[in-house]
Ligand binder design. Sequence first.
Ligand code: DGY
Length: 437
Amino acid sequence: MRVLVNNWDGGHTVPSRRLYPHQWSWDSAFIAIGNARLSPRRARTELLSLFGAQWHDGRVPHIVFNPQVPEAAYFPGPAFWGVRAPSGSATSGIVQPPVHALAAWKTYEADPDLGFLHRLYPRLVAQQEFLRAHRRGRDGLISIVHPWESGMDNSPAWDEPLRHVETANVGFVRKDLDAICADERPTDDDYERYIALALAYRESGYLDAGDFQIEDPLFNVAYAVAEHALARIAHELGLDPEPHEREAAAMTAALTHQLFDGALFQPRDARTGRLIRSASVAGLTPLLLPGLPGKVADTLIDTALDLFSLKDGLLPSYSPAAAGFDAARYWRGPSWINLDWLVWQGLKDRRPELATGLADGMLCAAAHAGLREYFDPATGRGHGSRDFSWSAALVLDLVAEHGMKSVPAAGRDIGQELRCFGEADHVADRVADQVPA
Ligand code: DGY
C-alpha cells in the first residue's frame, strides 16, 4: 500500500519513480486491479485518465507523458514520439496488451459503480476496434509492430525477428542505465533496433507496420480476455453481450489452431508465416481462456510443470531449459508478478492446488526481496527497480483473495484491515501510520 501511495501522481500511478516516471498503459491496468482492493476511486481514476489520452482511431498509447516531468528524465520521451492525443497529452504511438477491460471489470466488482462502466465501455470497445481494423490479419490474429508492444520487450523470442531489423544511425543516450545496472537491462544493440523500429513507425504517421510484425500469444489472449470482460460489462449495462462472446470464442479458436505447437503457444512471424520456436511464459497464458479445449489446457499445465518448474514457486518469464535464458536480465528469464498473476488466474479453476503454490511463491518472493520489478525464479532474488507499482498492486490482490500465510506479521495485520480502508485521501495517512518505511 505504501508503494502504491508513494507512486500515485494525482491521476495515475507511475510504474516506478526513477525508471518509469510517466503513465504506462498495461501497468495502469494491473495497478487498477490492486487499487480496486484499496481505493476503488483511485482504480477508476487510473483507468479513466489513461483512456483520456486515447486517440481518435481508438488506440490507447503505451505511454502518456506527464508534462511536469522534464524531457531528459526518460528516453524515448515526448520529443522523440512527437505526437499528441486529442486531449492534448503527449503520448507514444504504439500500444500494449489490452488487459484494461479485465481491470475495469475487477474494479467494478470491488465497488459497483455503473457510471464508471458507462464512461469506460465505449472506450474499451474502441480500443478493440483499433486492433481489429489496423492489426488483424486474414488469419484472425492480431499483430504487434514493436517488441515494446508485447510488454515483454526483451524476450529471447524476439531475437530472431529483431535480427532482420536494421539499426538506425541516430545518436541517443539511454536513461534506463542511470537507474539500473546494465546486466539487468536490454543491450545497446537491442536498443538500437527498438529505436529504429519506433522511428520507422513514426515516419509512417504511426500507420504502417515495418520490419517487425508478430502474432504474439499473450497479446491475442489479452484481446480475447477483454472480449469476455466486455461481455460482462455489456450485460451490466443492459446491452447485448453476445457479440463479445462470439469474438472471444473466435479468437480462442484462431489461437488454438494456429499458435499451439503441441506443447506451448508460440508467437508467429506474420511476415514469414512461421512459428518462432521459443519458450516464453506468454505461451502459457491461454490458460486464461475459458473456452480453451480441456486437452490443450492439460498439455499446457504439463509444460508449465516440466519447462517452467511450476511447482518450485515462481514461474520464469522464459524457460531456464531454453537457450537465451538469463535469470537477471529484463524479460529474458526473471519472474514477473504480472505474468505469474495471469497464469495464476488461469489455474485457479483448473488446478487450484497448483494455483495456491504459485500464489505462495509470489508472496514469498515479495516478502523476502521486496516489491521489486522482477525476481530470479530460482533464488527469489530481486532485480530491476525497487518499489515497483504492479508488483505491489498484484500482491495486494493476491493477499485479498488468497490470504497472507507467507507474509510477515506486520503485513498480515494490514491485510486483515484491508476492507476497512476508505477512499483515496484516507489511504496515505493510514499507510504512513501502519506500514514501516
Ligand atoms: C522501457 O522503457 O523499458 C519500457 O518497457 C518501454 O516501454
